[in-house]
Design a protein around this ligand. Sequence first.
Ligand code: URA
Length: 425
Amino acid sequence: MTDAVTLIQAKRDGRRLADDDIRWLFGAYADNQVADEQMSALLMAIYFQGLDSRELRTWTAAMIDSGDRLDLSELGKPTVDKHSTGGVGDKVSLILAPLVAACGAAVPQLSGRGLGHTGGTLDKLEAIPGFRSSLTPRETIDILKAAGCVIAAAGPGLAPADRRLYALRDVTGTVESIPLIASSIMSKKIAEGTDALVLDVKVGTGAFMKSYDRAKELAETMVALGAEHNVTTAALLTSMDTPLGRAVGNGVEVEESVAALQGNGPDDLMQVTIALAEQMLALAGLEKDPREAIASGAAYAAYQRMIRAQGGDPDAPLPQARHTKELSASQDGWLTRLDALQVGVAAWRLGAGRERKEDPVSAAAGIICLAKPGDRVAKGQPVLELRTDDAARFDAAMAALDGAMTIGEHQPQAPASLVIEHVVG
Ligand code: URA
């Protein structure tokens, strides 16, 4: 028998926690025998001392076992999901789920909402009139059977310990710990019941992980955790210095995703989407070309089936913003930089994102990148179009964009690929 203070002291002093102690901790925390302030102190000790791979495996298993695990075996198909650590203009999930479903896999995508400058997949889909993201486990499985894919909110029964821990981490400065991030993400994905998982770990100014080394460490940690819990996992490190695609916001990202599913997606967005689709199909053991699923219309048909199955009308017009304003090039030249973080913060201030998790988001607010790095621009030419329902928000958004673009005399070299590296187990 142990107690919370002993565990806090052990971790504080750099000693490892035994499996039984971790199991005891989660049980006692669920029973409110361990107080939030004790759990917070332990999280801070973990922030400084880390968890070794054995502690992390047990910690993650205890988070999964704090709730239910979805059983997808009745689908009779390989299941594969994707998780992104979040980026600006990152609408890849909206395209990828129906795309991979059209290639024969089932994609059970249980997602979160956006907080801060990166948007949430559910917020984007909820811009579609009628779309419902809160589903019961039974509805989730029925929609997966009917449409091949589902994108819904992770219900309260899925890794509930993560919800409590994340809320503590958020207010105690302990979010940025690789073992805590890895266990948080992977416990939810493993509880979701998928056979295989591809992680899109973003690196760059607009990403959660700003440096390659940290992103790689996170990717390797999550890939190992997946394997230890029998979920075949791979990760792609992808660049997030510039917004992905041209649209940043909710409804505007749905519009761009639909264009992509119809074969008209911008190159950078398609590069990342196809690379992730190929990796998902490889893990699912399916030899299909995702490009063909787009060209044939099968991917778009799967998208329409999923939206309808979740109560949405894929043909309904999306909400349009009442006010627009343009930010123009200050000189002639080549656009060499468009900062993802600044564009993300500006879109958030226009109403596309939320400050606190209970805040509503605007379906119509956002930013359209009329030019991207590598484009030639003329002085006075609009580079960004800002959209909002509340014109009073323009000043704060414009302030966020101060210095967000660089215009140079020389055409910048296009990066060879936005996919920096594959991390496989
Ligand atoms: N996303 C999560 O789900 N958990 C974290 O800890 C960080 C990002």
